[in-house]
Design a protein around this ligand. Structure first.
Ligand code: GLA
Length: 733
């Protein structure tokens, strides 16, 4: 397998998708005399070089160097003591295990003669536009490692590798990372990371990066709720939300992954991520290759806010699927919280009529429409419409939804089966399992072994047929459990399942998109269990959490936006008391929280009062007026919800023509006034017309200069508990 044509085409498309990029801006320079490559991207420079031992090492990762800057030639570090050999202290670009490497290896391979060492030395280079390929060869075994560097104009460098067996005998890969990123040697770093659990994803943590190894991972077969493959490293005391250095990155892989952040006793700081070595094994026959996931990283001097704005823009322009006719994310209605499994034609149509009155643009039927699906005990795998619930199939519902001015979406979970399904009774062997071992059920379901070619074809065909036979604009693609018994009895190396499963999933999604170019897909896994830059190449949005409580959502969404763009973050307004924690939050607060991303509604509209329906329609209309800014603008997290009672986010349109402030008050204390909100990212000299959602909550001037808004700030009046408001600021030309 060589670097796929598809990757190259995507890369080229991505490079040419922004105004900044298409001019022949050479981000990549090669200094033949010093054998050094300098890669400039956004605010960052990245320099690597071949050293005196012919090994490839990092020379620099940080703020952009001036044109013509030269760095000293790469040199292997001297042995500090017999316990600190050069191989372990030199910041290698792709350290392979062997020769006394005691730090985290990027690669560990077993050769047929029992040799488990690799000494990777420079062999060749190849440049194609902004894509650099450096080939390393082992000194003894017929193994080549191709390192890829793709720089994107948004300030991101993608790195990945391809391990190639040049011999005839099979080799066994025991550990394979995408890349190792070396930070400037030193102390005083802090790191941020995201953890969570079902209904509590995207919890943001920041702590000193002390000597030792920090490890983030999923062993679950998919990305996981528990940790996300994202990191940000700053300097203690210097990095804030708005300012200071940040090295940041994320891995694009939707299977088991691992990321290690090492700060060694000698203060070498390295970040390595790729396939999780736990239970990993991949056999490469002679002539075969294994490509590792893409590991994207960047550097900014503009704090954590600058890092996430860089990621958002990059995701928007280079990762998310391109559409022939790009539109903002539509406002969705989803029936799950309203009806759960109890879906039927009359009930869904009643909800659709009401949804249309609110200005909703897409109506989605969730779980329960197929097979014998009355609850989560049965039916998964039987993707035929349940004719008791929908006697004439889906067509009458879809037609009515269309006549109400909405498009139609539906829930699927095609990688899973309930043992109580006709499908499982026919094909029990298609589930991942170990021989003679009980199959562990979670939510009464088992995972299909998508790594098997026949299962992959089956899943593709089932979904392709559904979308071909029905006018379906959108799939909510769910994945409601993690793996157990990851066996693959028909494969020579069953552990290859960790790679092949995910590659097959991507292939299915890519083919579906190809066959149905207008189809949009949401990645859901019991909420935010499968969100990463791998799946986002094939899906348009994600469901960040099953938790729809507006207060919890504030912190969930705050964490989410550190790593992913607001427009992929679907957020529904649901009923109160909330199903999860019984908390009751006013309607406007729920709406304004959901407006931080792609707005949706998920309450039982049959129970909403006339007044609630009217207020909701007004709020939906307000959102339509700010949606482009929220979904494609620059996000400023003005005050984090973690700081207590008050929080705000602000978005500034790409062209600067509009800014939006969403402001929240959880609880007022001591009768104190709401804090003045100092805005960011505006044009200091321009005048802005302030369009308040609630005129009574904004008492300032109707037009205000940008420098005043960013210096003095705006005063708004929020009082009591769960108060909220929004301002749209229109720049006056
Ligand atoms: C998962 C999803 C929910 C809903 C249910 C349906 O939990 O996260 O939004 O679709 O499945 O079973």
């Amino acid at each position: 397998m060589s670097l796929s044509l598809r990757s190259l085409v995507l890369v080229m498309l991505a490079i040419c998708s922004t105004a900044l990029s298409c001019p022949a801006q050479t981000a990549l320079r090669y200094d033949a005399e010093r054998m050094q490559w300098s890669i400039d991207s956004g605010e960052m420079s990245y320099v690597i070089g071949v050293n005196d031992q012919k090994m490839l090492q990092t020379l620099y990762w940080g703020p952009k160097l001036a044109p013509g800057a030269t760095l000293p030639p790469a040199r292997m570090h001297p042995e500090r003591a017999s316990f600190d050999p050069a191989i372990a202290t030199t910041p290698l670009e792709y350290p392979a295990w062997g020769a006394g490497l005691f730090t985290e290896p990027a690669l560990k391979v077993g050769s047929p003669n029992g040799d488990r060492t690799l000494i990777l030395q420079y062999a060749a280079r190849h440049q194609s536009g902004d894509l650099l390929e450096i080939t390393l060869r082992d000194a003894t075994q017929p193994i080549a490692v191709h390192l890829y560097y793709q720089s994107y104009p948004q300030g991101i460098l993608a790195r990945w590798s391809r391990i190639e067996n040049l011999g005839k005998q099979p080799i066994r890969i025991e550990q394979a990372a995408s890349a190792t990123w070396n930070l400037p040697q030193g102390t005083g770093y802090e790191w941020s990371w995201l953890t969570g659990q079902w209904a509590g994803e995207w919890q943001l943590h920041t702590a000193p990066l002390l000597t030792g190894t920090q490890l983030l991972e999923s062993r679950r077969g998919s990305t996981s709720h528990q940790a996300n493959p994202w990191f940000a490293v700053g300097r203690m005391g210097a990095t804030t939300e708005g300012d200071g250095p940040v090295w940041f990155g994320e891995l694009g892989w939707s299977g088991s992954w691992r990321m290690t952040l090492e700060s060694t006793a000698l203060n070498n700081v390295r970040i390595t991520a790729g396939y999780n070595p736990f239970d990993f094994g991949y056999v490469l026959a002679g002539g075969e290759s294994l490509e590792t996931p893409h590991f994207y990283a960047g550097y900014t001097q503009h704090g954590n806010g600058g890092a996430s704005r860089t990621l958002h823009r990059f995701q928007r322009e280079a990762i998310l699927p391109a559409h022939p006719d790009p539109k903002p994310r539509p406002i969705i209605y989803n029936s799950w919280e309203a009806t759960e499994f109890d879906v039927n034609e009359a009930g869904q149509l009643a909800l659709a009529e009401k949804a249309a009155k609110l200005g909703i643009e897409r109506f989605v039927i969730d779980d329960g429409w197929f097979g014998q699906r009355k609850n989560d005990h049965a039916g998964l795998g039987d993707w035929q419409v349940n004719l008791t619930k929908f006697p004439s199939g889906l067509k009458p519902v879809i037609d009515r939804v269309h006549s109400l001015g909405m498009d139609f979406g539906i829930w699927v979970e095609p990688e899973m089966v309930n043992p109580d399904s006709d499908f499982y009774r026919k094909h029990p062997e298609w589930v991942m399992s170990f021989p003679d071992r009980q199959r562990t059920e979670q939510r009464n379901q088992l995972v299909l072994n998508l790594a098997r070619p026949e299962v992959k074809e089956y899943v593709f065909n089932v979904v392709d047929k559904l979308v071909t036979e029905n006018d379906i604009a959108f799939l909510k693609w769910d994945y409601n459990r993690n793996w157990s018994e990851p066996g693959w009895d028909t494969a020579p190396e069953p552990k290859g399942i960790y790679v092949q499963y995910v590659q097959n999933l991507y292939d299915i999604l890519a083919r579906l998109r190809q066959n149905h170019p207008k189809l949009e897909i949401e990645s859901c896994s019991g909420g935010g269990g499968r969100v990463d830059l791998g799946i986002l190449r094939y899906t348009d949005e994600v469901w960040p959490s099953d938790n729809t409580d507006a207060l919890d959502r504030l912190s969930i969404q705050n964490g989410f936006t550190h790593a992913y763009a607001p427009e992929v973050m679907v957020a529904w307004v649901t009923d109160v008391p909330n199903f999860l924690d019984k908390r009751s939050v006013p309607l406007q607060f729920r709406f304004l929280v959901a407006m931080q991303g792609a707005l949706g509604v998920g309450g039982n509209l049959n129970k909403w009062s006339t007044e609630e329906m009217e207020s909701s329609a007004r709020l939906v209309a307000f959102y339509k007026g700010i949606r482009a800014t929220v979904q494609s603008g620059s996000l400023y997290r003005i005050t984090s919800p973690a700081t207590g009672g008050a929080s705000q986010v602000e978005y500034v349109a790409q062209d600067g023509s509009q800014a939006v402030l969403l402001a929240y008050l959880h609880s007022q204390n001591y009768g104190l006034d709401y804090q003045t909100v100092v805005l960011q990212g505006l044009d200091p000299g321009a005048m802005y017309r302030i369009r308040p959602l609630d005129p009574s909550k904004y008492t300032g001037e109707p037009t205000v200069q940008g420098s005043v808004l960013m210096g003095v700030g705006v005063r708004i009046s929020l009082t009591g508990d769960y108060d909220s408001t929004a301002l749209a600021l229109e720049r006056i030309r």
